[in-house]
Design a protein around this ligand. Structure first.
Ligand SMILES: Cc1cc2nc3c(=O)[nH]c(=O)nc-3n(C[C@H](O)[C@H](O)[C@H](O)COP(=O)(O)OP(=O)(O)OC[C@H]3O[C@@H](n4cnc5c(N)ncnc54)[C@H](O)[C@@H]3O)c2cc1C
Length: 152
């Protein structure tokens, strides 16, 4: 299954103008089905008798268990956001690839003397908290930089 990623594009030719960032959330059939299923499960969960005394009021009336999948998805699209794990905006790709920003040694393609070492280099969003992967990239980068410098 191919999962489409988001995109980051230059808005203008001025380096300090903010870029156009499109995370492309909820734009894949699997993601859409997963979020709708999760919402229906949540409705069932809070409607169970065990939670009668704990649930003060229903979800916002904007959606109900009787809402269509399309209505649930529209609601999810309007209220969803994500935080904390931005990555992949400066992705590595294989040697010679015309896609991606960096070669596998973390150097910017067609640019001399600049490496990128952070969460932006991941080619794909990992399915886990990403700080550990940032540490791995940093360790590998340190080794490559030392090797280039001829260090033992
Ligand atoms: C609130 C929060 C909670 C998180 N919780 C977790 C978690 O529980 N587990 C997990 O795995 N991940 C977690 N993350 C994600 C993780 O912290 C980040 O993915 C990771 O730190 C990214 O590393 P980075 O090196 O790409 O960027 P950063 O850690 O953001 O490092 C960028 C560095 O560059 C510096 N900098 C920026 N601009 C300049 C400049 N112009 N000149 C010089 N320096 C500059 C900044 O000061 C900063 O030190 C969390 C993130 C947040 C915000």
């Amino acid at each position: 299954m191919t999962v489409p990623g988001g995109s980051v594009q230059l808005k203008t030719a001025k380096a300090f103008d903010p870029p156009l960032i499109n995370p492309n959330y909820l734009n894949h059939d699997f993601d859409n089905a997963a979020v709708v299923t999760a919402m229906r499960d949540a409705f069932k969960f809070v409607a169970s008798p065990e939670f009668n005394s704990l649930v003060g009021s229903p979800f916002e009336n904007l959606v109900t268990p009787n809402s269509t999948d399309g209505e649930l998805l529209t609601y999810a699209r309007n209220v969803s956001s994500t935080v904390n794990h931005g990555c992949c905006t400066c992705a590595m790709s294989p040697w010679g690839a015309t896609s991606g920003v960096l070669d596998p040694d973390l150097r910017i393609k067609k640019v001399e003397g600049v490496r990128v070492v952070d969460a932006s280099v991941f080619p794909r969003i990992p399915g886990f908290f990403i700080a550990g992967a940032v540490y791995m990239v940093a360790e590998k980068a340190a080794d490559m930089i030392l090797e280039d410098a001829g260090a033992e």
